[in-house]
Design a protein around this ligand. Structure first.
Ligand SMILES: Cc1cc2nc3c(=O)[nH]c(=O)nc-3n(C[C@H](O)[C@H](O)[C@H](O)COP(=O)(O)OP(=O)(O)OC[C@H]3O[C@@H](n4cnc5c(N)ncnc54)[C@H](O)[C@@H]3O)c2cc1C
Length: 505
C-alpha cells in the first residue's frame, strides 16, 4: 500500500478517543509497517463519563476481534436496547416513550406504527405508542438482553453500557499487547516545520517526540488542532443550550435494566445508566438557567441522595465542532474535534466513524487538499445530522415549568432541514419520503424520527368524526406476537451471568 510517506503516527491523548483510534489504526496498518504511538499526560486525567453507546460500538469490538465474553465483564458492561425518555412531554398519554435500536423484525411491525402515525395526524383515534410496535422496546420493558436463542434468526442492532475508565484501560492493554507504543508525558510545546506542518511535540520532561502524522485526542483542550493550528471552533450554543454536567454513581440492585433512562429535569435532563456494579448518573444542564449548587441539589434529590456523601463531579462541556477536523498533517478525533451533548450517546460512535473515514481516505491515497476538504465536509455533515435530531427533543418538549424549557421550545435557531421535517410531520405527510429527500436517514432512521414525534405526542386533537379507522392493527395480535418472540431471550442478569439477585426477607 502507498502509505503517503507516513511511517509513524503519534496520537496525543489517552482517553476513549485516543485508545479507540490507536486500536483501529494499529489493526489496519501494522501490517504495512506503520508504527502507531500514543502519549498521554499522567497529570491531566480523562473525562471518564461516556458510559453509553450506540450499536456502532459492536463493530469496534468485532473489527478488533475481541469477544463480548472478554471485554464486557472486564468493563462492567451491560446491554442496551435503547433509551427511555421520561417527562420531556406533559401531554397526557405521552409523558414517557422509548427510542429503540433497530432489529430485522421491525420490518414486520414498523408498517403498522407508521400507518398509525399518519392516521393519527389526520385526526383518527388510533394507537401511536411507539413501544407497542418494536421488539427492542419490549425487551427493555422486561429487562431482557438482546441476545436471542440460536433458532431465532433475526439480527439486532444492540448497544452497550460500560465503565468508561475500564474501557479505556482495556483498550490500552490490548493495543499495547498488539504493538502500539505507549508513553506518558504532558505536552508543553509543539514544533512546526517551515511549511507549517506539525514536526514534533515537546513534553514537560524535555523529551521530544516526532512523527509524520499527528492525531489530536487531547479532549476539550484540543492542544494540536485548536491551540496550535488555530482551527476555529463553531459553537452550537444557539441550538443546544446545555454547557455543564454533573456525574455521580448510585447503587444498583435487583434486575439490571437493559436501557438508558433520560429524565427531563428543571434545567436539562438526567441520565441513568445501568452497569453490573452501579448506576452511572448525571445531569446535563445550562449554566444560563441554574447554578452548580442548584443543579447538584436537584440531581441528588432526583436520585434520593440528598443526605448522602457520594461525591459529585462537575464538568464543563463545549458543544460544537472545529471548522475542519483534518488540517495539514493533523487529525482531531474525539472531544478535541467536537462534541454534541450526550442525549443520544453519539460521541463514541462519532469517534469510530471519523477514524473509519480517515482510514478509507488514507487507503485510497486521498491526501490532497481536495480530499481533505471532502473529509472535513463529511464530518461536518455528520455533526449537523446528529445535532438536528438532538435539537428536535427540545423543540418537541411541552413543559412549562421553567424558562429553560419554554425558551428551548420557542428557539427559532433550527436548521432548514429540521424545519422541513417538522413541517412535513405537522401537515400529515409521509416522513420517510421527506427524510429521503433531505438525505438524512444515515444519521437517524425514520423509526427514530417517528418514535420521537409520536412519543412526545405531536398530534392534533382527535376529530369526533374520525373516532375509528378500519386500517388500525389488532393490538392483541401484536402483543401475542411479541410475547412469543420474548420466549427466545434471557433476563439481562442471566445473560450477563450475574446469577439471581438476593430476594428481600
Ligand atoms: C457529561 C458527558 C457525558 C457523556 N456521555 C457520553 C455517552 O454516554 N456516550 C458517548 O458516546 N459519549 C459520551 N460523552 C463523550 C465521551 O465522554 C467522550 O467522547 C469520550 O470519552 C472521548 O473523550 P476524549 O478521549 O476525546 O477526551 P478525554 O477523555 O478528555 O481524554 C483526553 C486525553 O488527553 C490527554 N491530554 C490532555 N492535555 C494533554 C497534554 N497537554 N499533554 C498530554 N496529554 C494531554 C489527557 O491526559 C487524556 O488522556 C460524554 C461527555 C460528557 C461531557
Amino acid at each position: 500500500m502507498n502509505t503517503n510517506g507516513i511511517n509513524h503516527i503519534l496520537i496525543v491523548g489517552g482517553g476513549t478517543a485516543g485508545w479507540m483510534t490507536a486500536s483501529l489504526l494499529n489493526h489496519h496498518w501494522r501490517k504495512w509497517g506503520i508504527q502507531v504511538s500514543l502519549v498521554e499526560s499522567a497529570e491531566i486525567g480523562i473525562i471518564g463519563v461516556g458510559e453509553g453507546s450506540t450499536p456502532k460500538m459492536k463493530d469496534l469490538f468485532d473489527t478488533l476481534e475481541i469477544d463480548e465474553a472478554e471485554w464486557m465483564p472486564a468493563c462492567n458492561g451491560t446491554y442496551k436496547n435503547g433509551i427511555t425518555f421520561k417527562d420531556w412531554s406533559t401531554i397526557p398519554g405521552h409523558t414517557e416513550y422509548f427510542h429503540p435500536f433497530g432489529c430485522t423484525i421491525d420490518s414486520m411491525t414498523y408498517q403498522f406504527f407508521r400507518e398509525h402515525t399518519v392516521l393519527r395526524r389526520q385526526g383518527h383515534d388510533v394507537d401511536v405508542t411507539p413501544e407497542r410496535y418494536f421488539l427492542m422496546s419490549q425487551l427493555a420493558a422486561h429487562d431482557m438482553a438482546p441476545k436471542a436463542a440460536q433458532n431465532f434468526p433475526f439480527q439486532f442492532d444492540y448497544a452497550y453500557h460500560f465503565d468508561s475508565m475500564l474501557v479505556g484501560r482495556f483498550l490500552r492493554d490490548k493495543a499495547v499487547e498488539r504493538g502500539v507504543r505507549h508513553m506518558t508525558g504532558t505536552v508543553e510545546h509543539v514544533r512546526r516545520h517551515e511549511n507549517g506542518d506539525l514536526a514534533a511535540i515537546e513534553l514537560a520532561d524535555g523529551t521530544c517526540l516526532d512523527a509524520d502524522f499527528f492525531i489530536d485526542c487531547t479532549g476539550f483542550a484540543s492542544i494540536l488542532l485548536q491551540k496550535t493550528l488555530q482551527v476555529p471552533f463553531v459553537s452550537f450554543a444557539d441550538n443546544l443550550f446545555n454547557d455543564r454536567a454533573i456525574a455521580m454513581p448510585s447503587e444498583i440492585s435487583g434486575p439490571i435494566p437493559s436501557a438508558t433512562v433520560s429524565t427531563a429535569m428543571k434545567h436539562g435532563w438526567a441520565w441513568k445508566i445501568p452497569l453490573t456494579n452501579r448506576y452511572g448518573n448525571g445531569y446535563v444542564y445550562s449554566s444560563d438557567y441554574c447554578s452548580e449548587d442548584e443543579a447538584e441539589t436537584e440531581l441528588r434529590s432526583h436520585l434520593g441522595l440528598l443526605d448522602d456523601d457520594t461525591e459529585a463531579r462537575h464538568l464543563n462541556m463545549r458543544v460544537g465542532c472545529t471548522e475542519r477536523s483534518w488540517v495539514r498533517n493533523c487529525l482531531g478525533i474525539g472531544l478535541s474535534q467536537g462534541f454534541i451533548e450526550p442525549l443520544e450517546a453519539t460521541a463514541i460512535q462519532f469517534i469510530q466513524t471519523s477514524v473509519e473515514m480517515f482510514i478509507q481516505a488514507f487507503q485510497n491515497g486521498e491526501f490532497s487538499n481536495y480530499h481533505q476538504q471532502k473529509y472535513n465536509d463529511k464530518v461536518n455533515q455528520n455533526y449537523a445530522g446528529i445535532r438536528d435530531y438532538i435539537v428536535l427533543h427540545y423543540q418537541t418538549n411541552s413543559r412549562t415549568d421553567t424558562d429553560y424549557w419554554i425558551n428551548n421550545r420557542e428557539n427559532p435557531n433550527i436548521s432548514d432541514q429540521l424545519r422541513d421535517i417538522m413541517d412535513c410531520w405537522h401537515r400529515g405527510g409521509y416522513l420517510e419520503d421527506e427524510l429521503q429527500r433531505l438525505g438524512v436517514t444515515q444519521y437517524y432512521s425514520p423509526i427514530s424520527w417517528n418514535c420521537m414525534l409520536a412519543g412526545t405526542g405531536q398530534f392534533p386533537p382527535v376529530s369526533s368524526r374520525n373516532k375509528q379507522h378500519p386500517g388500525q392493527v389488532n393490538q392483541d395480535y401484536l402483543q401475542q406476537f411479541f410475547a412469543d418472540c420474548l420466549l427466545n431471550f434471557k433476563p439481562h442478569r442471566e445473560q450477563l451471568k450475574l446469577g439471581p439477585f438476593p430476594k428481600c426477607a
